[in-house]
Design a protein around this ligand. Structure first.
Ligand SMILES: [Zn+2]
Length: 437
């Protein structure tokens, strides 16, 4: 019986994974409408997060490890430290599934710390938490359900809540997991849904080269730069925060300090959303116009270490991930495949230094922007890797793409200097700049 059940779950998992390959994930934020929620229910919500905190700290106090399966999700009462003594508290609202997920999340944290420790990093222990801001709602239809007509969210054990923003959710989609979020006294539902991928079958191909200086270069010659910089006021906020009082005994910041910190977090969230939005928009264009998209599996995490802030401001890693999810046929070229310094006409291969921005072929004299050349080589590698055969390299739509990209806020798009004949190459050297390749 049990074996059969396990088999069934495994098959279901495989089925879901296969289905997800043809889908793309979207996330939405839905707000709980406090003006239409009774005092009692609001108290319950508050209590839910409190119970989550109690339970989290209870698990931490038991000395959690990542290997032992915990059965504590059946626990209904926990001891809570109040000032200097412990008092018993009942878990009335936190469901077994919610508890299971809290345990799982803690175990993941322990595992991550463990991994860091193995790499020789100094790691501390998991710390007790002062507040909990998210509760994971595991199964749609079980832990929670949504009613578009009534505009309500039903949470198991807590009842119905009026919500705002359900109209964003597409009609035909698979709703999966969600996070119930508390932010400055407001409550939100962060929802992940899956919709069918927009499949394109036009046999058009494009190659992409990712870099530090010009973040994205396409094989059609378009270069994209974008930076989302922290506004100056954040620096000021940091100053205020660092000057705010810190109580060593209670380990708490002053009220003002906490307020400022909340503001800083909000700025960061805003900045991240901007970057996500840019990534989504660029990837959307590529995914809806090209059937085959080739990119290299560059070690972006290492770039992050080398070039920190500049990579952070762009999140090209995020762009690559978005691209992978969205395009019909992603062609990933291995990170050690040589794509820089290969002539797209005669195949001559040359070593280019970091500072050399222009590729000049010693064999046939072809001259091209280094990144455009790399994007073309990536395209070629990607297509031959998957035996795609003849794909259309499309130049006609370059101006449309340029127009589209230029309309995205914070994005600078331009056409790299096109290939030049050998005679015109004097002075083609551009100012040296950094690119790892
Ligand atoms: Zn050549």
């Amino acid at each position: 019986m049990l074996i059969e059940k396990n088999e069934r779950i495994r098959n279901k998992g495989r089925e879901t994974r296969n289905k997800r390959k043809t889908q793309t994930a979207k996330s939405f934020e839905i707000k709980l409408d406090k003006s239409k929620i009774s005092k009692e229910k609001l108290d319950n919500l508050q209590r839910l997060f409190l119970e989550g905190k109690w339970f989290t700290n209870y698990i931490i106090s038991k000395g959690i490890t990542d290997s032992v399966p915990y059965r504590d999700y059946k626990v209904n009462k926990v001891n809570v430290k109040v000032k200097y003594k412990f008092e018993e508290r009942e878990l009335k609202l936190l469901s077994s599934q919610m508890k299971q997920y809290i345990i799982k999340r803690l175990q993941n944290n322990v595992k991550a710390l463990h991994e860091l420790g193995k790499k020789g990093k100094k790691v501390g222990k998991i710390k007790y938490i002062k507040s909990l801001h998210s509760i994971f709602l595991m199964q749609y239809g079980n832990t929670y359900t949504l009613d578009v007509k009534k505009r309500t969210l039903h949470i198991q054990g807590l009842g119905d809540f009026k919500v705002i923003g359900l109209e964003q959710i597409p009609n035909a989609c698979d709703i999966t997991t969600a996070n119930l979020i508390e932010r400055n006294g407001d409550y939100f539902l962060h929802l992940t849904v899956y919709v069918p991928k927009e499949e394109v079958h036009n046999r058009k191909a494009i190659g992409i080269d990712l870099g530090v200086k010009d973040q994205i270069t396409f094989s059609n010659g378009i270069k994209v730069k974008y930076n989302v910089e922290m506004p100056k006021r954040v620096k000021k906020l940091y100053k205020v925060f660092s000057r705010s009082q810190y109580n060593k005994e209670t380990k708490e910041r002053s009220k003002r300090g906490q307020k400022v910190l909340a503001k800083i977090k909000k700025e960061f969230a805003h900045e991240n959303n901007q970057k996500k939005d840019i990534n989504n928009k660029i990837a959307h264009y590529v995914a809806t116009n090209y059937e085959f998209v080739a990119y290299q599996n560059d070690p972006i995490n290492e770039w992050q270490r080398l070039f920190g802030r500049r990579i952070y401001q762009t999140s090209i890693g995020g762009f690559r991930d978005t691209l992978k999810r969205k395009v019909s046929t992603p062609l990933e070229v291995g990170r050690f495949t040589k794509t820089t310094g290969i002539c797209m006409y005669c195949g001559y291969s040359l070593h280019l230094n970091l500072s050399e921005r222009v590729f000049k072929c010693p064999s046939c004299g072809h001259v091209q922007d280094r990144d455009v050349s790399a994007a073309n080589a990536t395209d070629y590698e990607g297509l031959s890797l998957r035996n795609v055969g003849e794909a259309l390299v499309d130049d006609a739509s370059t101006s449309n793409m340029l127009k589209y990209l230029k309309r995205i806020p914070h994005v600078k798009a331009s056409i790299a200097d096109e290939a030049r004949s050998p005679k015109q190459t004097d002075g083609a050297q551009e100012a040296p700049s950094v690119r790892v390749g």
